[in-house]
Design a protein around this ligand. Structure first.
Ligand code: BGC
Length: 917
């Protein structure tokens, strides 16, 4: 089975092309491809994960793709087999659930068999029938394993070492246990309030980082499942746990009062280690009062600031069976942090990329500045050797002062330290004096490019002493852009860097100053994320966080998760429309309505609240066009447009999910809001909204508020406005989301491209020209406030490259790219562009190249999908396939209609080489 792991991508993050931009070749055919019959189902996933462990979902979703490059390939039928006996499943005879042969093109099916049992591995297989011939082909066998499924199945007790929230060192916990002969498999289920590292017999289990993901701990706590079979041995074994504070016990003090969170307590955990022998006898080793605890050498840890480690306090072998724990203390029983302990079913955070030091400056005998050459979220690992007690301070920053020292003044502005013991983004590593020593934080990450290392004694360090690790939720790349313009390619790369830097189990605004789950930043960036990364599991988790945070009256906080901050500021519809926009985008990109259904009641309550407080249809609740270049647009205009968007999405969701009365009510509401906006802001004489600045025209255009018959006129006004602004942006966060598509989709694609490719201030290209490797928070590179250098809030351009140049969009009528909408724009000033996206059905590719007045256009429509292609064909030109007029070509492409210079075609699956000449 071909899995979409990073390993199946060629040279991601390694080969540097022009402009230092990563060039990526997409999705190599797996080595076994030749052996497979066309039409074979591949990429089997359960809950969007490959062979996951520890699922709680009572009816998990099963998905697959087809390997089939034949023109017109489609799935005529499928049959699923699910059972606990892998051999029987492989032969298609399961005593579990076998669906009938279903005549359907569906590749997303919800498990429909009997109740799943907890702690059970299920195998599954799908057989499909192709529309091209009677032969069927079966997939290889995949699996999913259930976890606890119910609170009642936990055996362990919640334990900690104390309730003292001010105690700084992180606690160790340990116990030993016997593993009987004939062990077949072992699973660790660990639920934690805080963060953890789990060790068995001295080895750290797994490669996840910062587990479990951040939730509102007092409403929902996540547990993680590990396969620990390979860590165990017959006889005596030891299990050790190191607990970190994370967001649970926030000891650093900043303006959001996380140190006053209602759930705050000393971290605690509950562990069930389930051993199954070959006779299927189960023994469960649990956390409980037989465990012992001691303080660790991790003398301080803060998710927000840094970590302090004193190697002199190490207790070698603390997590092995041989260790003498006679001096360790008794543990303390604790209550579970919430009544809902649920599975963490999502891509974990990992150290995804190792970044070597690019340049090292030695400022003096005790001061070195390491430069990674790019801005990342993550940690640095330091190797050093020196006398015991030597103190190394690793100060992380995004920029430097002219004198070479690092400068944190752009990112430490919201930090309110009470003393000097917890410096911002500064790890403190005290050497144990035992030769070469290595330090890497366990429970913290930062945003940085530079690390200034100062030591209390002169120390010899070299470039190889420090390595950066780019950490983020390890979502697989599913998109690629490549063009004839290196600036565009670099903007795409930098946008992805900022997107990933802001994905840590929930989307954040910036990885350094805040790490807050700002709702506005996240819905703006959600399409950028979904075109480029397989992010559904993170968004589904984050929308569950929304459901936890919503107040009974429907109100959501501006940051999610939240300790209570944000219900009073910044949470108007321009930000918290995440509850509508993200489930809707997931539906469009994955063709999966589950998230929409899960959030339906919440969205309804949210819109009802807006309706109650905005009887006229207009609302000025919101922050407005955040961090604009210069012009301010009325908050009432932009917030009302988001209110309209929410009501429209709710109406569509109601229709889809079978609530006709709601559909009627909310579409009438949407029309009322639209009419109110147009009555107040649209001048039907001039076709301008408000004073006609960029955001005022873009936002109503993009979100469909402009009356159809006026769209082209308003867009022409917008194009004139942009020309008057000398083809430079004059927008903030809300305008950035809208402007490129508002132009491109309404006849002004050349103007959109000019704006997107602009290289002087203010523009994305201006940042690139000044060496940016991520996106910034403010347009001027020398602004005085709002100056994080790794913000995703201006990141819509990453999605627009796919939509506006490649022209790849999901079709709301057949979501999940079942039918792909293709409307490439061969814009002036660009000779070549290509975009690929790996959607639920397979790879979609849209690539064009100019040759004088002729265009060569290559498109791939994945198997079992179709496409509607809108092709710009100039008067006097015609379309050929592989050199032949379309009528004589291979078939599969059908002319539908022509409107002016736009020709519409309908395509079946396959790759088409079209020439327009
Ligand atoms: C964050 C933004 C966020 C904004 C809302 C800032 O501090 O960094 O990205 O959306 O506040 O006001």
């Amino acid at each position: 089975m071909m899995s979409l792991s990073r390993a199946s991508l060629v040279s991601w993050g390694t080969s540097l092309g022009r402009a230092g931009v990563v060039s990526v070749s997409l999705w190599l055919e797996p080595a076994t491809a030749g052996a497979q019959v066309p039409g074979t189902p591949i990429d089997l996933r359960c809950e969007y994960l490959t062979n996951p462990l520890g699922l709680d979902a009572p009816r998990p979703r099963l998905t697959w793709r087809l390997r089939d490059s034949r023109r017109g390939a489609a799935q005529a039928a499928y049959q699923l087999t699910v059972g606990t006996d892998s051999l029987a499943v492989a032969q298609g005879k399961s005593p579990g659930w076998a669906s009938a042969k279903v005549a359907s093109a569906q590749q997303l099916v919800t498990y429909g068999g009997g109740a799943l049992r907890p702690f059970t591995k299920y195998y599954w297989r799908v057989r499909t029938w192709s529309s091209l011939g009677a032969r069927s082909s079966a997939s290889q066998v995949a699996s999913f394993e259930t976890g606890l499924m119910s609170q009642a199945n936990w055996q362990g007790a919640w334990i900690s070492d104390t309730r003292d929230v001010a105690l700084r060192p992180a606690p160790y916990f340990r116990t030993t246990f016997e593993v009987p002969r004939g062990l077949k498999s072992a699973r660790a289920y660990i639920a934690v309030a805080g963060l953890y590292e789990l060790y068995i017999n001295g080895r750290k289990v797994g490669n996840h980082r910062l587990d479990p993901m951040y939730t509102r701990f007092d409403r929902r706590t996540l547990y993680v499942t590990h396969d620990v079979t390979p860590y165990l041995r017959p006889g005596e074994n030891a299990v050790g746990v190191l607990l970190g504070n994370g967001w649970y016990n926030h000891q650093s003090t900043a303006v959001w009062y996380f140190h006053e969170a209602p759930w705050r307590n000393r971290p605690a955990f509950c562990l069930d280690l389930r051993l199954t022998d070959t006779a299927n006898k189960v023994t469960t080793i649990t956390s409980g009062l037989n465990w012992k605890t001691a303080l660790s050498p991790l003398v301080f840890n803060s998710i927000y600031t840094a970590e302090h480690y004193d190697a002199r306090l190490e207790q070698p072998g603390w997590n092995t069976a041989e260790f003498d724990d006679a001096k360790w203390k008794a543990v303390m029983p604790r209550a579970a942090p919430s009544a809902r302990i649920v599975a963490q079913a999502m891509q974990p955070i990992r150290n995804v990329e190792a970044i070597p030091t690019k340049a090292l400056a030695k400022l003096n005998d005790t001061t070195y500045v390491f430069d990674l050459g790019r801005n990342i979220s993550g940690v640095s690992q330091l190797r050093a050797q020196g006398p015991a007690g030597t103190v190394l301070r690793l100060k992380h920053a995004e920029r430097r002062y002219p004198n070479g020292h690092v400068d944190q003044s752009n990112i430490d502005v919201h930090y309110r330290p009470t003393d000097k013991s917890d410096p911002f983004q500064t790890d403190i590593f005290t050497l144990g004096g035992k030769g070469q020593e290595t330090f890497i934080p366990s429970f913290n990450y930062k945003g940085f490019q530079y690390v200034e290392v100062t030591s209390s004694r002169p120390l010899a360090l070299g470039a190889s002493s420090l390595t950066g690790y780019f950490m983020h939720s390890d979502v697989a790349p599913v998109g690629q852009v490549q063009s004839a313009n290196p600036t565009i390619d670099k903007i795409w790369w930098a946008t992805n860097n900022s997107y990933l830097s802001n994905l840590f189990g929930y989307p954040t605004d910036c990885p350094q100053r805040e790490k807050n789950g700002w709702t506005g930043d996240a819905h703006i960036a959600s399409e950028t994320g979904l075109y480029n990364f397989d992010g559904i599991t993170v968004y589904e988790k984050w929308l569950a966080d929304h459901r936890d945070e919503q107040q009974p009256n429907g109100v959501l906080p501006s940051i999610i998760p939240s300790n209570g901050w944000g219900y009073e500021w910044g949470n108007g519809p321009d930000w918290t429309s995440t509850i509508a926009i993200i489930p809707w985008n997931i539906y469009l990109f994955y063709g999966d309505s589950k998230l929409l259904a899960d959030c339906y009641g919440n969205l309804k309550r949210y819109v009802d609240h807006l309706e109650a407080r905005s009887p006229t249809g207009l609302t000025d609740w919101g922050l407005g066009d955040w961090v604009p270049v210069k012009s301010k647009s009325p908050v009432e205009l932009t917030s009302s447009v988001y209110y309209y968007t929410d009501a429209s999405i709710l109406a569509k969701a109601a229709k889809l999910l079978g609530h006709p009365a709601d559909a009627a009510h909310y579409s009438a509401l949407a029309q009322k809001i639209r009419a109110a906006i147009n009555a107040k802001y649209l001048d039907r004489q001039t076709n301008l909204y408000g004073s006609g600045v960029q955001t005022e025209l873009s936002v109503p255009l993009y979100w469909g508020v402009v009356p159809d018959e006026l769209r082209a006129k308003v867009a022409a006004n917008l194009a004139r406005r942009v020309a008057a602004d000398n083809y430079h942006l004059d927008v903030g966060l809300l305008g950035t989301k809208a402007i490129l598509s508002a132009l491109g989709e309404n006849g002004q694609a050349d103007v959109a491209y000019r704006l997107a490719a602009q290289e002087t201030y203010p523009s994305w290209g201006w940042w690139m020209a000044n060496g940016a490797t991520t996106l910034y928070e403010n347009w001027p590179i020398d602004a005085k406030s709002d100056i994080s250098m790794n913000h995703i809030m201006f990141g819509e351009i990453g999605a627009w490259l796919y939509k506006g140049l490649g022209g790849i969009k999901p079709d709301p009528q057949q979501p999940g790219f079942k039918n792909v909408l293709l409307a490439p724009h061969f814009v002036a000033g660009l000779d070549h562009f290509e975009a690929s996206h790996l959607g639920p059905y397979g790879l979609i590719r849209s690539a064009w190249k100019k040759n004088g007045a002729a265009i060569s256009y290559t498109v791939t429509v994945p198997p079992n999908a179709t496409a509607t292609l809108l092709l710009p064909v100039a008067t006097g030109q015609a379309v050929y396939e592989a050199g032949k007029p379309l009528a004589a070509s291979l078939g599969g492409i059908r002319a539908v209609k022509a409107t002016g210079q736009l020709q519409e075609y309908q395509l079946v699956a396959g790759t088409y080489q079209l020439d327009i000449r």
